[in-house]
Design a protein around this ligand. Structure first.
Ligand SMILES: Nc1ncnc2c1ncn2[C@@H]1O[C@H](COP(=O)(O)OP(=O)(O)OP(=O)(O)O)[C@@H](O)[C@H]1O
Ligand SMILES: [Mg+2]
Length: 280
């Protein structure tokens, strides 16, 4: 796949799931990755699949001035009382009144999805799977089914941000993704998550699993971390530096600034493109 300039777009139409431990930098990575893909002249769709994080990616991608969040996609499929948990009911997501499951026929974003379901800025679109909004509303399995099955028509590279931890693997959410990126910070918890995610992916037959080490500072700590990762370290495709401006912006409530972290993430996407190959 290429654009009018002839530049190849190996990640066009691909679903890229970003996972990792709490606070490792998944959402920041997604925001900077979106910028990097836009600069490579991709169309980009970001799906916020984290039901717990109230503002999610709105601020990181669009800044603090946005008044309304996108309507949750789960409403498009009949709401939390209609969409089932993928463990209790693995059947694919299907729209109310339709017989064709979404993963097969795929949603036509332009023609089928009302504008209230996304925030857009030129070639970037942000959608939210669903949020926990009410006390006692139940588990977020149905939201994750939307994450698993929301397949769309078109050529957008799709970045899917997830909640912390590995529950998605218990629910088989990665069954319908093309690439999986696990963001690791320099902690033993991330070492343990890396080992578990690698094991899950092996069991599920997912071979496009990549690790990104984030918030990297002193070389000694990075070397120690790499040591702890052991053979799983082979999957690391980039070391993103700790960037004080990124942290500061997250406190001030603005978009994620370009800088050292963004520059490394741009290189990571070059490597992901290589890993996927020149054509779809
Ligand atoms: N490369 C970086 N340099 C400096 N700070 C960073 C970097 N990456 C992330 N952070 C900071 O770390 C904190 C957590 O980042 P973020 O919210 O992206 O993590 P997360 O994994 O999405 O968290 P959650 O599990 O809550 O969804 C934020 O304050 C963010 O600004
Ligand atoms: Mg997050």
């Amino acid at each position: 796949m290429s654009d009018i300039t002839g530049a190849p777009h190996p990640l066009a139409g691909k679903r890229i799931l970003i996972c990792g431990k709490g606070g490792s930098g998944k959402s920041t990575f997604v925001a900077l990755a979106a910028g990097s893909l836009l600069r490579r002249s991709y169309e980009v769709l970001v799906l916020d699949g984290d039901a717990s994080n109230p503002e999610g990616l709105v601020r990181l991608l669009f800044g603090g001035g946005v008044e309304a969040e996108p309507r949750p996609l789960i409403d498009f499929f009949g709401g939390i009382d209609v969409v089932t948990c993928p463990v209790d009911d693995p059947a694919p997501l299907t729209r109310v009144g339709d017989t064709r499951p979404v993963p097969e026929y795929r949603v036509d974003l332009e023609r089928e999805l009302p504008a209230e379901y996304f925030l857009a800025d030129r070639r970037l679109r942000l959608l939210q799977a669903g949020k926990i909004a009410q006390y006692g509303q139940g588990c977020d399995g149905p939201v994750e089914k939307v994450v698993r099955d929301f397949m769309v028509q078109g050529e957008a590279a799709q970045l899917i941000d997830t909640k912390a931890g590995v529950e998605h693997f218990g629910r088989r959410i990665p069954d319908r993704v093309d690439l999986l990126v696990t963001v690791l910070d320099l902690t033993l918890e991330s070492v343990s998550i890396a080992a578990r995610v690698a094991r899950f992916c092996e069991a599920a037959g997912i071979d496009r699993l990549f690790f990104v080490v984030n918030k990297v500072g002193a070389p000694e700590a990075t070397a120690l971390f790499r040591d702890k990762l052991g053979p799983e370290g082979e999957r690391v495709i980039g070391y993103v530096p700790f960037d004080p401006r990124v942290q500061e912006a997250s406190l001030l409530g603005g978009t994620v600034p370009e800088g050292a972290a963004a520059a490394e993430i741009a290189k990571i996407f070059g490597r992901l493109e290589e890993a996927v190959g020149p054509s779809r």
